[in-house]
Design a protein around this ligand. Structure first.
Ligand code: APR
Length: 169
């Protein structure tokens, strides 16, 4: 059994999938970056749906409908703030990816799109973040028939993910 792992250049909102992952903060009340884009596109009901689910600890996931995003659910996860790498950031970033993927399968859904969690405001180096994302997702598609898209909004993250994907697994 095996799934598929691919790279999308551009806006995560353009990816057709069952679950869009949001790089949120623990308050789940929206913000800038991909969080802001998802909240704007989903409409104000998203914030109301998030309210009772907060706070979301780093590494965990909370699920809401996508409202104006159509049938797509939103998986809100909170990436680690980069503090130099010695404060458990890699394990927390791994947990974000793993918990979202486990949630996808638990709900019997088959496709998911991730942004480059933590690589914006939270300052995680793109190359290190890409290595985590690709390692976790690659291992997952070897065991599950799911379709995972890694969405890279900027050239630096695109190049980092493409390089990680081309490295032997
Ligand atoms: N589609 C895909 N990727 C996007 C989009 C988009 N529409 N908009 C931004 N990105 C990318 C950024 O280029 C970056 O590589 O998402 C990545 C993650 O950046 P942030 O959105 O800043 O997320 P993060 O670093 O995890 O910081 C989370 O930022 O906006 C706040 O509320 C959010 O406090 C939280 C923090």
């Amino acid at each position: 059994m095996s799934g598929n792992l691919s790279l999308h250049r551009g806006n995560i909102l353009d990816v057709a999938c069952d679950a869009i992952v949001n790089a949120a903060n623990s308050a789940l009340m929206g913000g800038g970056g991909v969080d802001g884009a998802i909240h704007r596109a989903a409409g104000p009901r998203l914030k109301e749906a998030c309210r009772p689910l907060a706070p979301c600890p780093t590494g965990e996931v909370r699920v809401t409908p996508g409202f104006q995003l159509g049938d797509r659910l939103v998986f809100h996860t909170v990436g680690p703030v980069w503090r130099g790498g010695g404060e458990g950031e890699p394990a927390l970033l791994e947990a974000c990816y793993r918990n979202c993927l486990d949630e996808l399968v638990r709900r019997e859904l088959v496709s998911i799109a991730f942004p480059a969690i933590s690589t914006g405001v939270y300052g995680y180096p793109p190359q290190s973040a890409a290595a985590v994302a690709v390692t976790i997702c690659r291992a997952f598609v070897e065991r599950h028939e799911v379709d995972i898209t890694l969405a890279a909004f900027d050239q630096i993250n695109y190049d980092a993910i493409a390089t990680a994907l081309s490295a032997p697994g």
